[in-house]
Design a protein around this ligand. Structure first.
Ligand code: TA6
Length: 299
């Protein structure tokens, strides 16, 4: 485990990007420029805060979240890989894969004008091989500015083909989940995970009236979380992502999650650029794939 002082020596940019000890003593990159501030934990390469100048916090993190090695942070942008939700062929495997619960390596911090790009990487290891027999390298670029640009590149470093699911499981901070709507999915087929993954078709915008866990299929379009309470729209433009997941646990789901406050379901909505289920990615040996998502905020 690299000491925080060493990370700073290698990559810190005084007054712009510093690595400090964050919650639970976990290392976090704190970025601050004219355009925005942000926090990126090495744990899970998880962005936990992004505030474009003039806008409030865009991401939700639970007050009950754990910040512990081996556990997932509840909020921000967890990276799900190489499977989504439970592992189809192994109920004992950790949900959402193996990279959100471990420390990634910080591989660079670069400033260009009022934008700062933080890069991190992780690779297959003994822990990942326990659940998944493939060799991979995952590289993540986080571009912090007026927009938040995310790029997850997965390389098959093994000798055989591999198939994986991936998601940027973005928790949007919202004023009231009961009053917002998600646009960009009208007419799209989806699998309803609250109803045995029955296939349905979206009519109009997504509004939350109950526990919602939908996987929208074969959709590449941009999405907007339209929030009348915070009077803002959070837009997501996706790249190389063929599915979108929309989730809110509602009252019941929040009660069932130890690391989410009973009333916090109201303050969050997950809209997730992803490639899951029948749109999982297949890579031959040596091949790589990049999925991107760019977030922006408007009134
Ligand atoms: O993205 C929606 C979802 O897959 C739901 O099924 C729900 O389980 C949620 O993720 C949270 O998963 P987690 O493992 O972080 O509790």
């Amino acid at each position: 485990m690299t000491a925080i002082s060493e990370w700073n020596e290698r990559f810190g940019i005084q007054g712009v990007a510093e690595i400090v000890s964050g919650q639970g003593g976990l290392a976090v990159v704190r970025v601050s420029t004219e355009a925005a501030t942000a926090e990126v934990y090495l744990h899970g390469a998880q962005v936990t805060s992004w505030k474009p100048t003039g806008a409030g916090e865009v991401l939700f993190v639970s007050a009950q979240s754990l910040f512990v090695d081996g556990k997932a942070i509840r909020g921000g942008i967890p990276i799900c890989f190489p499977w989504f939700r439970g592992k189809a062929d192994d109920a004992k495997a950790p949900a959402h894969g193996v990279v959100r619960t471990k420390e990634w390596e910080l591989t660079g911090i670069a400033q260009e004008g009022d934008e700062v790009t933080v890069t991190l990487a992780t690779e297959s290891d003994e822990a990942s091989r326990k659940w998944w027999p493939h060799e991979f390298r995952a590289e993540y670029r986080v571009r912090v500015g007026k927009e938040l640009g995310l790029a997850l590149t997965v390389t098959n470093t093994g000798g055989t083909a591999m198939r994986f699911e991936e998601a940027l499981h973005t928790y949007h901070r919202v004023g009231d989940a009961e009053q917002l709507r998600v646009t960009g999915l009208d007419g799209t087929a989806y699998l309803d995970n609250m109803d045995g993954n029955r296939e349905k078709r979206q009519a109009g915008d997504v509004i939350f009236t109950a526990p919602t866990d939908n996987a929208y299929l074969n959709t590449t379009g941009a999405l907007e979380v339209v929030d009348p309470v915070l009077r803002r729209r959070i837009r997501t433009e996706k790249g190389n992502s063929l599915t979108t997941v929309v989730w809110n646990p509602w009252r019941e789901g929040a009660k069932a999650l130890a690391d989410l406050g009973d009333d916090e379901w109201r303050e969050m909505a997950c809209v997730e650029a992803s490639n899951i289920i029948s749109y999982a990615v297949e890579l031959d040996a040596g091949e790589k794939h990049t999925m991107t998502a760019a977030l922006s905020v408007s009134q």
